[in-house]
Design a protein around this ligand. Structure first.
Ligand code: NAD
Ligand code: UDP
Length: 340
């Protein structure tokens, strides 16, 4: 297929690009580089053996996107471009609605004008809010508590409406749990700008000596060791989930949503121990107060993706930790980071 991959220079997008290209699909990236670096295009090429086509631009720019669709005869879109910091979204909600919701609106207008029949959208498990039961399946009630989550929910709603009005359109919303790790080459991975918000990049930076100590947010949750439990999924498994979604859309239309997770939860302390073992470095930590808005435990029901997409996460926690460390080690020895 000829795939427009928005946000393809980002953490998840770069891995999706590699997986799609390795499976023989043509990939055209549109990314405004607001949270990534152009170098990533070359790194994708180093892994996949060919350069993806790259346009620097805003996914909400209807004229640009229409031109890209026409020029490359795009038949499928995988839409990952967006902002993703929960904390920032609480401070600057309009920034999130503008970029995530309005950006998607522009993309959808361009897709409709050019009659593109397939879309895969990166949604998030954050739309489920505090789990009312576990594992969390796709029918779980949706209760967002921040502007980031609401932007994802708005987009899912927009996609449902559009799909109802255009029955030939196929839409898959992939609700990611907690993507971690990196490509085995260590060439692409997650390198957040500024202080990491998420656990794994923070752990990696503490292990490498870039930061002194990890704050573990809460030691009194009703979980086996008192720390928060999440469903961490290897980013390469997640990327392969996008390939499975594209295959699904080659024979299905309508609106669909699937969780992408492993179905298994690990606590913060389990993650620290696993990372220490794989990296050979200690991760000093201290238990601090709970972080506002955090839930005790969340992990996915993965049956729908197994049945519908014929996809399952296969990579182990050890691989998530060792690949994240390999990427960090290459950054430390190789100078500039992809997000500089
Ligand atoms: P990322 O920031 O690394 O990648 C997003 C990419 O989109 C960046 O390269 C950025 O430059 C680009 N971008 C942002 N706004 C743009 C715009 N208007 N036009 C063009 N490009 C734009 O983030 P990521 O972790 O790779 O996440 C990708 C997607 O997955 C996001 O939509 C995010 O909300 C979603 N998601 C991520 C996680 C996670 O934990 N990483 C979890 C659930 C969902
Ligand atoms: N966490 C932590 N210290 C950090 C970052 C995260 O203890 O510096 C915990 C957090 O409270 C949660 C888990 O790690 O229990 C995963 O948090 P992350 O922000 O990575 O993902 P999310 O909260 O979105 O599931």
């Amino acid at each position: 297929m000829k795939v427009l991959l928005t946000g393809g220079c980002g953490y998840i997008g770069s891995h999706v690009a590699v997986v799609l290209m390795s499976a023989g699909h043509e990939v055209v990236i549109v990314d405004d580089l607001s949270n990534s670096h152009r170098d990533v295009v070359g790194r994708i090429a180093d892994i996949a053996g060919q350069l993806p086509v790259f346009y620097q631009g805003d996914v909400g720019d209807v004229a640009l996107v229409r031109d890209v669709i026409r020029r490359h005869q795009i038949d499928s879109v995988i839409h990952l471009a967006g902002f993703k910091s929960v904390g920032e979204s609480v401070q600057l909600p309009l920034k999130y609605y503008q970029n995530n919701v309005c950006g998607t609106l522009g993309l959808l207008q361009a897709m409709e004008a050019e009659s593109v029949p397939r879309l895969v959208f990166s949604s998030s498990a954050t739309i489920y809010g505090d789990p009312q039961y576990l594992p969390v399946d796709e029918a779980h009630p949706q209760r967002v508590i921040n502007a980031y989550g609401r932007s994802k929910l708005h987009i899912e709603g927009m996609l449902q409406d559009i799909s109802a009005s255009r029955p030939s359109l196929g839409v898959v919303c992939l609700r990611y749990f907690n993507p971690v790790g990196a490509h085995g080459s260590g060439l692409i991975g997650e390198y957040p700008r500024g202080t990491p918000n998420n656990l794994m990049p923070y752990v990696v930076q503490v292990a490498s000596g870039e930061r002194e100590v990890l704050n573990v947010f809460g030691g009194d949750y009703p979980t086996p060791d008192g720390t928060g439990v999440r469903d961490y999924i290897h980013v390469m498994d997640l990327a392969e989930g996008h390939l499975a979604a594209l295959n699904f859309l080659s024979s299905n239309s309508g609106w669909h949503a699937f969780n992408l997770g492993t179905g298994r939860g690990f606590s913060v302390l389990e993650m620290i121990r696993a990372f220490e073992k794989e990296s050979g470095h200690t991760v000093p930590y201290r238990i601090t107060a709970r972080r506002e808005g955090d839930v005790a435990c969340s992990y996915a029901d993965v049956q729908a993706a197994a049945r519908g997409l014929n996809w399952k996460a296969t990579r182990a926690l050890e691989d998530m930790c060792s690949s994240a460390w390999r990427f960090q080690s290459r950054l430390s020895t190789g100078g500039r980071s992809p997000a500089d």
